[in-house]
Design a protein around this ligand. Structure first.
Ligand code: ZN
Length: 526
């Protein structure tokens, strides 16, 4: 059968009209758009989700009972597997399985919540009359549009209110002490904080006040947010709940309003030392797993101390073999993991000290010298360190001499591994036997005409011969916290190798694969 263009146009118009009619009937609030996957706003009310509990000493049944006794508050127990040993959950409390299984439809927890707001309640909390509603009112009344989460403590201890800054590119999260910023609709003087009990000031007035935080630390808390905000997150129900939600919130510029009121905490006998240790190590393991999932390898705590989650001496390095001068993390829009930069700095300092002590004439090379001149450090996306040395001086360093004589790798007393590179006539010092972050040592020698040359060329732009005059005498630059040997005219040396403007115009090693501008947004390069 043949269809004329006119018939086709008519059929299309009818189909479009039918589609529009269907959309406007399904979503009367938004007739202009028809997104079948959009989560509806829900009915008024708050659904309680119990997520943070650990067996076998958890309190999930009693916590569920307490909150499900509130009129019109649905309670869901969300877990990978039903609580075990089995607990008698009150009627109406549903278990929401989060573990995908081959014989079931995929878990869609967002479909189980029908209310407009949702509260994530920690194990052992007890309902306080009206407090969930007041949290919801505080959220909806917040004059600051960045407030997307309202929190209330559980128990007498008040959580610490911290700022959070997530730096995805640097795999880093920084916490700070929030400067007692108050948030209120009324009189700023009535702002309160401290470890008071909820019933001392759980009135409507004081709920208008609170602290604006990035995250909470040191005590459990109930978090309330709009259902659609929660399920707009890629990890809505990851544990530990407070850390997971606040890291995802920080990455979106959301903030959390901590109210003065608190929920009661169920009185429980103090746990045994072993039970305490178990709870702590379980929480610690969850926290580590969360940071691993989120690609965060360094936490800088409010007191400036650091918690590392990335590679170490006894682990493999964080990234695989580098191809096209472009490590895999660059393609993910990230720079060198901070643990790797730290290990590279440590290896570089060690190698430079060994060469210096042995009287080996050496100098920073290539991208390493570029980083030293530009910022006194390794370039934040670089993946190794390059050092040049006089080939004639190799026997002066006992580790290089041993490698040259035997052709086998040598581990020094500090655990650094010295070896002859398989790729050509140069040496490599690894951070350790298992963590292959390394410093490359390039043996140069003078050919007639006082030009420095070497035997292995990798074909990189900066890999060129240069006049020996750059090395006589050697100069000094600051690098990774030490004074390192360098060509006496670093700028002239770098412009010879990388071209004019190399110091002022940062670029990735292989712009053909990825350019720095793709990752800079509005920010300027370091
Ligand atoms: Zn690392």
């Amino acid at each position: 059968m043949r269809i004329t263009p006119c018939q086709a146009a008519l059929a299309a118009a009818i189909a479009l009209n039918l589609l529009l009619l269907l959309c406007s009937r399904l979503l009367p609030a938004a007739p202009a758009s028809c997104h079948p996957r959009r989560v509806p706003d829900g009915v008024p009310g708050v659904t309680v989700i119990l997520r943070d509990f650990d067996g076998p000493e958890h309190d999930v049944a009693a916590t569920a009972r307490s909150f499900s006794a509130l009129p019109g508050v649905p309670v869901l127990v969300a877990a990978e597997a039903p609580p075990y040993p089995p607990v008698p959950l009150p009627a109406g409390v549903a278990v929401l399985s989060l573990r995908p299984e081959p014989h079931r439809p995929p878990p869609r927890p967002e479909l189980a919540v029908r209310t407009r707001h949702v509260a994530l309640v920690p194990d052992g909390a007890r309902a306080a009359p009206g407090l969930l509603r007041r949290m919801r009112d505080a959220l909806e009344a917040a004059s600051d549009g960045t407030v997307k989460v309202v929190a209330a403590a559980v128990g007498q201890r008040r959580p610490r209110c911290l700022t959070v800054e997530v730096d995805i590119k640097a795999w880093t999260v920084r916490y700070g002490l929030a400067d007692h910023q108050s948030h209120q609709q009324g009189d700023p003087k009535s702002f309160q904080h401290g470890g008071q009990q909820s019933d001392q000031h759980g009135d409507q007035q004081s709920d208008q006040h609170g602290e604006l935080c990035g995250t909470l630390d040191g005590a459990p808390a109930v978090l309330l947010l709009r259902t659609r905000d929660l399920f707009s997150l890629p990890f809505p129900l990851a544990r530990p709940v407070v850390a997971s939600l606040s890291l995802q919130a920080a990455a979106r510029g959301w903030r959390l309003l901590l109210l003065p009121a608190a929920f009661p905490l169920a009185p429980r006998p103090p746990p045994s030392p072993h039970g305490q240790w178990r709870a702590r190590s379980s929480l610690d393991a969850q926290h580590r797993a969360l940071l691993e999932r989120f690609g965060l390898k360094l936490e800088v705590l409010p007191d400036g101390s650091r918690r590392w989650h990335g590679c170490a001496k006894e682990t493999p390095r964080c990234f695989g073999t580098v191809r096209w001068q472009t490590p895999e993390y660059l393609l993910a829009g990230r720079w060198t993991p901070p643990c790797c930069l730290r290990a590279l700095r440590a290896t570089a300092r060690h190698v430079l000290a060994q060469l210096e002590a042995a009287g080996v004439r050496h100098w920073l090379e290539g991208g390493t010298l570029l980083g030293a001149v530009r910022l006194g450090d390794i370039i934040p996306w670089d993946y190794d360190v390059d050092v040049g040395l006089y080939r004639d001086d190799v026997p002066k360093c006992r580790w290089l001499a041993a490698v040259a004589a035997t052709g086998r790798p040598v581990e020094d007393p500090q655990g650094f591994l010295w070896e002859k590179a398989a790729e050509g006539e140069f040496y490599r010092v690894h951070f350790s036997r298992s963590n292959r972050l390394h410093v490359d040592l390039w043996p140069f020698y003078a050919r007639p005409g006082a030009v420095m040359t070497k035997d292995t060329w990798l074909g990189h732009r900066q890999d060129v011969e240069f006049p020996e005059a750059f090395l006589v005498p050697l100069g000094t630059v600051t690098f990774a916290g030490v004074a390192a040997k360098a060509p006496n005219d670093p700028r002239g040396f770098l412009e010879l190798k990388f071209g004019p403007g190399a110091i002022e115009n940062p670029e990735y090693p292989n712009p053909g694969v990825r350019r720095l501008a793709q990752d800079m947004g509005n920010k300027t390069a370091r």
